[in-house]
Design a protein around this ligand. Structure first.
Ligand SMILES: C[C@H](O)CC(=O)SCCNC(=O)CCNC(=O)[C@H](O)C(C)(C)COP(=O)(O)OP(=O)(O)OC[C@H]1O[C@@H](n2cnc3c(N)ncnc32)[C@H](O)[C@@H]1OP(=O)(O)O
Length: 722
């Protein structure tokens, strides 16, 4: 069956309108591209066609090359066209070299290959809301249809580098001022303006621009090289483990130095190679995994429509509560923030204000929008104004009795349709709702700190939570710009279980002789946003030790019972919050190692009765990474086996968005599968023999290893607990 098509319609004005049709985003499959070539050839042959307009159906130009076809290019299921088939043979030699002018009419989006098709046209007209960009680098590839050559020639080298290296699209307005589009019109005038423009080109009333050979925006060679070298250094600093940004810069340089046609061929070669790389495979996996989190069997396949949530109440204005309030008002929800006394309430409201102010400072919010947004927030000290709220999010400290009392109160004051959500990190939701009769509307809404910044939302449901409530919360999550994952109920749910296993592994290694700063360095080099000790400082010792206590209680057989954090707490160390944790922090929150740490470690070691293991005292980076992350893989396997997570890909997204796992390694399970279940099992078994049950491979892992099976393959037989 064809994947999309391209159609041609010739008007009485002699303009052929070629429309890309491939819902939902008019991506460019090979069928669409062959169709585009055929339509052009027809238009060029027909005597009744004077000029051409290219556009996309349903208000979207094109979201780019069909990402789902990347796999086909690799596994040989798709016939591989000649090198440069699209970029040279279609776009340069048919579209751009045509004897009839063509104009792109852009609404909605022109991304990746979509923008590359538009740039091969002789002019571009767009709407103000259209998004135009070359975001290929976020998929581990570079633009492959001539984008590396044409974008610098249209917008200048520096801006083109920024747009490509940061995968950052621009809106119609900016595209117009940059010269990427020639005119901006309203959507209903788009195609008619483009038709007129194409005829004007033919009649020499508008310029006939062949972008590939434009030179006016490119700096002289010496200056261009300086810009490119600066970009190389920046990219190396920001993404030391990635090669494709460097390749992108090399390809741009080739076009400037040796001419754009050589540039096109070098681009095509590099694209072919990069699309086969592990980085590309991992990032494409993350792209689809992220979109797959909202597809929850038994919930989102029931035809339920989200109910409208207008007003939300938040209990607790601490770091989490104020962050959640910020995220909500920023997305136009009306929010009530409740605290226990005026002083604490004002502090909470102040935090929300400061969060918004920092956006204004960075130029991301206008002063008018700031006032309008803040007006959506109201502080209260009692439950009176809870009578018309649609959702409550409780964000108080992790105290079961307090949460139980709050939920019993909420049941009394909130309307019956109101969703009762808790932002708990670890506590069993059945316990929280024990004193209510509202189990069907109790749900977990676990945000990550800072809640207005971090992209993940863990939605926790019990056996009794109604699917409608999940659908409602998925909708709220999407509106506040979060990627939600839906998980089952247990202590720690999915993310905290995985995250705190990493912390425990780090504590175990440090107590047995590994250097904590070496551990952080190795993990950071692997690509994690920060190492485990820096992470503990960030979440704070209070949360870390409370959670570790919960682990000891709930998973005693495999929890590493470290005394290190409580010992440091006794000395008033609390983490980054009071600038003294595993690191010390200066006024600008810069972390530096603290020589005193070794004394605490020694004390904890003595109390635990363990001794320094010479092997652990001089681990290689590879060993550190495996000893820290294989236990995480092991715990992720348990989370899957218990049906807490619906699918392995959700855990990949959780680790990327919730704990800073490098997306270019595809998330924890995807990465584990690149190493193989047998290898991971054998290493864990070896360490379990040496260092105890913390490393003991789970039954799930043992089973997969014995079959040589992928850890991420679906579990047909295992019943989901959800
Ligand atoms: C040779 C060339 O240089 C190489 C390329 O062009 S590579 C592709 C470059 N393009 C991109 O990177 C754009 C990727 N897409 C996006 O960023 C976003 O999907 C978007 C901004 C286009 C739309 O966002 P949004 O409206 O939130 O919808 P979103 O849920 O992301 O996508 C809608 C659907 O389209 C699919 N989709 C989006 N872009 C796609 C693409 N380029 N190929 C295939 N499928 C795509 C999504 O997977 C999703 O499918 P689903 O409904 O089955 O889950």
């Amino acid at each position: 069956m064809a994947k999309g098509k391209t159609v041609i319609e010739v008007g009485s004005d002699g303009v052929a309108v070629i429309t890309i049709i491939h819902p939902p985003v008019n991506s460019l499959s090979m069928d669409v591209l062959f169709g585009l070539k055929n339509c052009y050839e027809q238009a060029l042959q027909r005597d009744d066609v004077k000029a051409i307009v290219v556009t996309g159906a349903n208000g979207k130009f094109s979201g780019g090359f069909d990402i789902s076809a990347f796999g086909g290019l690799n596994d040989g299921k798709m016939s591989r066209p000649n090198l440069g088939f699209v970029s040279v043979e279609i776009l340069a030699d048919v579209v751009e070299a045509a004897k009839k002018p063509s104009v792109a009419a852009i609404d909605g989006l022109a991304l990746g290959g979509g923008l590359e098709v538009a740039m091969a046209c002789h002019a571009r007209i767009s709407t103000s809301t259209a998004q135009l960009g070359l975001p290929e680098l976020q998929l581990g590839i570079i633009p492959g249809f001539g984008g590396t050559q044409r974008l610098p020639r249209l917008v200048g080298l520096s801006k083109a580098l920024e747009m490509m290296l940061m995968s950052k699209p621009v809106k119609g307005q900016e595209a117009h001022s940059l010269g990427l589009v020639d005119a901006m019109v309203s959507p209903n005038e788009l195609v008619s303006t483009a038709r007129r423009w194409a005829l004007d080109i033919l009649e020499f009333k508008k310029p006939w621009v062949v972008t590939l050979y434009k030179t006016d925006k490119i700096e002289p060679l010496g200056e261009a090289r300086e810009i490119l070298n600066f970009a190389r250094a920046q990219a190396r600093k920001q993404a030391p483990n990635l090669t494709h940004p460097q390749v992108c810069i090399d390809v741009i340089e080739e076009g400037i130095v040796a001419g754009p046609r050589r540039g096109l061929y070098k681009e095509a070669e590099a694209f072919e190679e990069l699309v086969r790389s592990d980085t590309c495979k991992s990032l494409v996996h993350i792209f689809f995994a992220q979109r797959g989190t909202t597809k929850v069997p038994g919930v989102t396949d029931r035809g339920l429509k989200p109910r409208q949530v207008k007003k939300v109440a938040i209990l607790g204005g601490g770091l989490m509560g104020s962050g959640i309030a910020t995220a909500l008002i920023f997305s136009n929800y009306s929010v009530i923030l409740k605290e226990v006394n005026d002083e604490i309430l004002q502090a909470g409201l102040g935090r929300v204000r400061a969060n918004l102010q920092s956006r204004v400072k960075k130029g991301n919010m206008s002063p008018e929008k700031f006032e309008k947004t803040l007006a959506l927030l109201k502080g209260v000290l009692d439950y009176e104004s809870f009578r018309d709220v649609d959702m409550v999010i409780e964000a108080v400290i992790e105290d079961v009795a307090l949460k139980q009392k709050i939920f019993a109160d909420l049941e009394k004051y909130c309307p019956p349709h109101c969703i009762l959500a808790s932002n708990t990190t670890t506590i069993d939701l059945n316990l929280i709702g024990e004193k209510t009769k509202s189990h069907d509307r109790i749900v977990g809404a676990h945000f990550f700190s800072p809640a207005h910044v971090m992209p993940l939302l863990e939605i926790i449901r019990t056996e009794k939570t109604s699917p409608q409530v999940i659908v409602d919360l998925l909708d709220v999550g999407k509106k506040v710009g979060k990627t939600p994952i839906v998980v089952g109920n247990c202590m720690g749910f999915a993310v905290s279980r995985i995250f705190f296993t990493c912390i425990q592994a780090a504590l175990l290694l440090a107590e047995r002789g590994a250097d904590p700063y070496e551990i952080d360095r190795a993990i950071n080099k692997f690509g994690m946003a920060m190492g485990p000790f820096r992470q503990i400082d960030l979440v704070g010792f209070g949360v870390a030790s409370a959670t570790l206590k919960q682990f000891v209680l709930n998973y005693p057989e495999r929890t590493y019972k470290s005394l290190l954090i409580p010992l440091m707490q006794d000395d008033k160390r609390a983490g980054e919050a009071n600038r003294k944790g595993f690191y010390v922090y200066d006024d600008r929150r810069k972390a530096s190692p603290d020589p005193e740490i070794k004394n605490y470690i020694e004390k904890a070691r003595n109390m635990a009765g363990v001794s320094v293991d010479p092997t652990l005292a001089k681990l290689s980076d590879k060993d550190i990474i495996e000893m820290i992350l294989f236990p995480v893989v092991n715990e992720a396997c348990r989370v899957l086996a218990e049906g807490i997570a619906v699918k392995a890909a959700d855990l990949d997204i959780s680790t990327v968005m919730g704990m800073g796992f490098p997306p270019y390694r595809g998330g924890i399970m995807f990465w584990a599968d690149t190493l193989g279940s047998k290898y991971i099992y054998s290493r864990l078994q070896e360490w379990a023999n040496l260092y105890g049950a913390f490393f003991k491979p789970s039954d799930y892992l043992a089973d997969r290893a014995s079959k040589g099976a992928l850890l991420s393959a679906p579990m047909e037989q295992t019943k989901s607990r959800l």
